[in-house]
Design a protein around this ligand. Structure first.
Ligand code: AMP
Ligand code: MG
Length: 405
């Protein structure tokens, strides 16, 4: 049985990106760049003023209180038609091109203007307050490497360089199959002994949250024909996620039918709690995650094992959540042997984060998953964790990292 990190390694080693598409810049936010981008021109494109003020020859302005004749005006968006002659200045606005002859800009605050002359109050350094052509980016520079996550600042740069469509890795289409005779779709009649197929919705939401495209295929009933039919449909997508039907129960058909359909099983059972019955298989290039049916188990195994894989498939380089140290506020006991993901509520202490159990850790208890800000990873061998001990926590609730309003 693989350990948690072995299982995650196996999964990540088997998945890769599924293709490239071109999307408009604004739709590229949060996506991953699929090709290197080079600059077709300099940024800035020409020398321009960093201030509202006067374009001058620095050599003319070495004495304090130099008086210069103002011979023109260049607003932003205009081009410089005449040069700055000796003893002269041209009024210039921020972003406007530096006129020939000038080698410095004097901010308006450091001048005294008259009708057609300007007094420069302080000596001027050559090159001051000029933004030079190519200072940010030079023609032909690689501005962004494939694999970069697109941020608003990347979009700003690419827009300035005239990019309208951006090559990004495709979103993964993720088929979600639920299994079990007890399940009813949301909105359907709930009979005796039946429960709503809630896993399909939480898994679909989790896929959507990271930029994937969930496709809820439906429910495979606990018989061969239904499994064959629904799993075959699920295998049309880039990724297949199933929930339930992977324990050792008689009616747990998922792995058997997947094998019949040509899937190669890479592992079944991982040394973790919850999530032990998780299976991973590949059919050609399609990864198949068979998650346990208990809602919390399916959510935690998605978070810890599926999500990194989907992010990698969408081109991301960084896919594994960071671990933060937190101090336990109470004693925690567990059976030695497996890695436990303990649902914890977090608080900010004066020396860092404090973690306490968010309550009942049974895998059918969804409330304590909602109340968990993170999952503390309790290493396999240990059984007793004393109050005051430090544990590694995978933070689930990103809002926890924000300050209150
Ligand atoms: P199983 O692995 O089929 O034995 O299912 C384990 C537990 O998870 C059972 O209590 C099921 O009722 C529950 N379960 C299975 N599938 C779902 C689902 N799609 N939504 C919510 N609960 C489920
Ligand atoms: Mg079942």
């Amino acid at each position: 049985m693989p350990t948690f990190s072995e299982a995650r390694r196996t999964i990540l080693d088997h998945v890769s990106t599924t293709g490239i598409e071109r999307v408009s810049l604004i739709d590229a936010i949060g996506r991953t760049l699929a090709e290197d981008m080079t600059a077709p021109w300099n940024m800035p494109p020409w020398d321009n003023s960093a201030m509202d003020g006067f374009a001058v020859r620095a050599g003319d302005c070495q004495a304090p209180q130099t008086l210069l004749k103002v011979t023109g005006y260049i607003p932003a968006g205009a081009i410089a038609t005449s040069a700055v002659e000796a003893g002269c200045a041209i009024r210039i606005m921020t972003g406007a091109p530096i006129p020939p002859g000038a080698d410095a800009v004097v901010p308006v605050e450091e001048t005294e203007e008259d009708a057609d002359s300007v007094k420069i109050l302080e000596p001027v350094k050559a090159r001051q307050h000029i933004r030079f052509a190519g200072e940010d980016i030079k023609t032909g520079d690689r501005v962004l490497a494939a694999g970069t996550a697109i941020t608003p600042s990347a979009i700003n740069m690419l827009a300035s360089l005239g990019t309208a469509l951006l090559p990004v890795f495709r979103r993964v289409r993720v088929a979600i199959v639920s299994t079990g005779d007890e399940l009813v779709e949301l909105g359907g009649q709930i009979g005796k002994g039946q429960i709503i197929n809630s896993n399909a919705l939480s898994l679909a939401a989790a896929v959507k949250e990271i930029g994937g495209e969930p496709v809820i295929v439906g429910i495979a009933r606990d018989n061969r024909e239904s499994h064959l039919h629904i799993l075959q449909q699920g295998l049309q997508a880039d990724v297949l996620i199933t929930s339930a039907g992977v324990s050792a129960g008689d009616r747990d058909l998922v792995r058997e039918i997947l094998t019949e359909l040509g899937a190669e099983q890479l592992f079944w059972k991982v040394d973790i709690k919850p999530g032990r019955p998780t299976a991973f298989a590949m059919k050609a290039n399609t990864p198949i995650f068979s998650l346990p049916g208990n809602p919390v188990s399916s959510m935690i195994t998605f978070e810890e094992l599926v999500k990194p894989a989907l992010l990698k498939m969408m081109g991301r380089k960084q896919v594994i959540a960071p671990l933060f140290k937190a101090t336990l506020t109470e004693e925690i006991r567990k059976k030695p042997g497996r890695l436990h993901f303990l649902r914890v509520a977090l608080e900010r202490g004066k020396d860092g984060y404090l973690a306490s159990s968010s309550g009942n850790q049974e895998t059918g208890i969804v409330k304590t998953m909602i109340q968990a800000d993170g999952l503390a990873m309790l290493p396999p061998d240990k059984a007793l964790f004393a109050a005051g001990e430090q544990v590694d926590v995978h933070i689930l609730n990103q809002d926890f990292l924000l300050e209150e309003a």
